[in-house]
Design a protein around this ligand. Structure first.
Ligand code: ZN
Length: 380
């Protein structure tokens, strides 16, 4: 058997359109394809990559699901009257999230974002476990579980570390020459494009830096191994934000009471509703149908996109913004930002990508196809 390594480089939000605009690893990449992302956010897309399955099968979709009985946020109802000037600050909430994750022993990415304290007790938080370690996905296995079962020695970066640390630790592992599979996790581009949009010079600078770093990692692997398969993948793209709507007051103006008649989760690009009072759905539907920059996503389309759940834990009614528009303020953030993802998967800027230093012979259409390609690499 030849001495071979497969390097799977994950660049968050490095969508097909971004790749086309800026280019990447010229002279190394031989084949590249757009991949359709899953409907929703990274909390659904990243598990879809690792499991090779859609959210309706692996059961990870949005961070927050309706479950007042098992909400870890129950004590927050007592904090609801604290001064919002202090407790709505991002830094204070981030610190509180960290403290809470520690108390509960959560190992996944835990963040309460800007969800009002009074509304948190209606929700459970999905990502309690770190899904980058074996056994991390609730309903199915991941590529890492597969490696353990197949005795494939692998190295997965620690997502809590900086990109510099992640690249350095991958270099160390490659130098040792023992692993057959490295998962290189590079999340910063996503944050830069959220903050500046897709056309800012900081975006090009980061992509050039990633190009140099991965080029150098690839050369190192080529010196150490007989054969190197290099893959670059992403989870979704990024859209430049063109406008906002202030949806929450329109829902409040119906006179329906949050927690008594309905519960809502306002993500940046979508709103999800659950109903306690039979008339509430029709009333909220009417408000949503009057919105000019978004539309209700009906159940048949949710089923088509593999995000439909019988028990409606993620919502009974879904409202999705048109690409480029945001709900501001929302429970993910109080202010508008220049770049966002989480729009319809068929919008051109939603597409993720896969690129490799060799022809990709498999028929690849969706981010759920990545796992099969990697398993195939690790079998030969
Ligand atoms: Zn993002």
């Amino acid at each position: 058997m030849t001495n071979k390594i497969t390097i799977l480089t994950f660049i968050d939000a490095f969508g097909w359109e971004i790749y086309q605009r800026y280019g990447f690893l010229d002279g190394i990449i031989e084949d590249a394809h757009p991949l359709q992302t899953t409907f929703g956010f990274s909390s659904g897309a990243d598990p879809s990559i690792l499991t090779g399955r859609f959210p309706d099968e692996h059961t990870h979709w949005s961070c927050f699901n309706y479950n007042p009985e098992e909400s870890p946020f129950k004590p927050f109802k007592y904090l609801a009257h604290l001064p919002s000037a202090i407790f709505d600050r991002g830094r204070v909430r981030h610190w509180l999230s960290k403290a809470m994750a520690k108390v509960y022993g959560y190992t996944g990415y835990f963040e309460m974002y800007s969800v009002p304290f009074a509304h948190l007790p209606y929700f459970d938080y999905l990502e309690k476990r770190d899904y980058f370690v074996p056994g991390g996905i609730m309903a199915t296995d991941t590529i890492f579980d597969w490696c353990v079962n197949q005795d494939v020695p692998y190295y997965c970066s620690n997502w809590r570390h900086s990109e510099q640390e992640i690249l350095a630790s991958n270099r160390q592992e490659i130098e040792k020459g023992e692993t057959r599979f490295n998962y290189v996790y590079l999340p910063r581009l996503d944050g830069i494009m959220h903050q500046h949009g897709t056309k800012h010079p900081a975006v090009e600078k980061q992509i050039n830096w990633l190009d140099q770093q991965i080029r150098s990692l690839y050369e190192l692997a080529q010196n150490r191994y007989d054969e190197v398969s290099l893959y670059i993948i992403s989870d979704h793209g990024m859209k430049d934000v063109t406008g906002d709507i202030n949806l929450i007051p329109d829902i409040q103006a119906t006179g329906l009471e949050y927690g008594k008649d309905y519960v809502a989760m306002y993500d940046s690009t979508m709103a999800r509703f659950w109903f306690m009072q039979p008339d509430a759905e029709a009333i909220i539907r009417r408000v949503l149908e009057q919105q000019t920059h978004g539309a209700i996503v009906e159940d048949d389309e949710l089923k088509k996109m593999h995000v439909y759940f019988e028990d409606h834990r993620f919502g009974e009614l879904f409202f999705l913004m048109e690409p480029g528009m945001l709900i501001t303020p929302c429970y993910m953030g109080l202010k508008s930002i220049p770049g966002m993802h989480g729009y319809h998967p068929e919008d051109k800027d939603s597409y993720a990508m896969i690129a490799a230093n060799k022809p990709i012979t498999a028929n690849v259409k969706s981010i759920t196809d990545i796992r099969g390609i990697i398993e195939h690499e690790l079998r030969i």
